[in-house]
Design a protein around this ligand. Structure first.
Ligand code: ADP
Length: 300
């Protein structure tokens, strides 16, 4: 620091420096010092005007951004590499005119993989855009009255189609209509179910249940028998970019924004999300919405 200051004094250039100061409680905190010289008409420095600011928060933000970018590039690399690989396989199959006909059946699995990786990329991109929309207060809901059970059933069918090794059962205890954004609620459900699949490496039996806790509230629960979540982490997983750290962090890929979006969406519907879980013993994610009690306007 002294050296930099001496240099500024000598050259008359603006002085700027970031450094850490040890606080009373033993923590180092980042500070920034800045000084500019005030010169007389001959150019001689007559005094320095400076300020010292604590920038610890900015530094932490910077670090979080760096980590986020690292995570983004890591996440995008997997599907992109896979798409490239399958495209090359397909291209090599197309090289020989005589082989094309013979290969046409073998092309299908590669195309399916490409398709599913593109779906994954599209989801990642729209989730990132949603985070931005929330930040700018631009996440608008298009509410309509619809049958929640039908949405749950359709969503499970779609997921069953895409994830062949998974077994999802559905139990409907009540017939319920809600006044909500159908696509957004579908997105919450997809997030809960795909998480349940992702974080259950050994047992892919997933139970989905629709039930009413009172006359005017309906809940959807997604229960898995996967790795579970510790109590401490349960309070944090709905926060933006929060991922459970430890050896699993590398094993299970993700951005840490799905549950954050889920909570934002549900709370914007005057609903709530919750989790019950025990480490090693599976998790149950539940979202609850107000029931639409105005039956005159039901549209199915
Ligand atoms: P992502 O899965 O992309 O990391 P999410 O926001 O969907 O992000 O989830 C946040 C974190 O919560 C995950 O990183 C994971 O540690 C934990 N988690 C979510 N769902 C489950 C589940 N069903 N079982 C165990 N852990 C889960």
């Amino acid at each position: 620091m002294e050296q930099n200051w001496m240099r500024a004094m000598k050259t008359g250039n603006n002085f700027e420096m970031e450094f850490r100061i040890l606080g009373k409680n033993g923590d180092y905190r980042w500070h920034m010092s800045r000084a500019i010289p005030v010169k007389d008409e001959t150019g001689k420095i007559i005094m320095w005007v400076g300020a010292n600011t604590e920038i610890q928060k900015l530094k932490e933000e910077e670090k979080r951004k760096e980590e986020f970018l690292k995570m983004v590039s890591h996440e995008l690399k997997t599907p992109v590499t896979s798409i490239k690989g399958y495209t090359q396989i397909l291209l090599s199959m197309m090289e020989d005119e005589n082989e094309i006909q013979k290969n046409s059946q073998r092309v299908k699995p590669s195309l399916q993989r490409i398709d599913s990786q593109i779906t994954r990329l599209t989801r990642l991109i729209s989730e990132m855009l949603d985070v931005d929309r929330i930040k700018d207060n631009q996440l608008f809901l298009q509410k309509e009255i619809f049958n929640l059970n039908a949405l749950v059933k359709d969503t499970i069918e779609d997921i069953n189609y895409a994830y062949k090794q998974t077994h999802i059962t559905l139990k409907i205890e009540n017939v319920c209509h809600v006044n909500a954004d159908r696509d957004r609620i579908g997105q919450v459900l997809i997030n809960f179910i795909t998480n349940a699949i992702k974080y259950s490496p050994d047992d892919k039996n997933i139970k989905v249940r629709v039930f009413q806790t009172s006359d005017d509230r309906v809940s959807v629960s997604v229960k898995d028998q996967g790795i579970g979540i510790e109590k401490n982490d349960q309070q944090n997983i709905f926060k933006q970019f929060y991922r459970v750290s430890g050896k699993n962090e590398e094993t299970f890929t993700g951005f840490g924004i799905g549950l954050y979006l889920a909570r934002e969406i549900v709370e914007r519907h005057n609903g709530e999300v919750s989790v019950k879980s025990k480490i090693g013993d599976g998790s149950e994610f539940i979202f609850t919405l107000p029931v639409n009690t105005n039956t005159d306007t039901e549209r199915g």
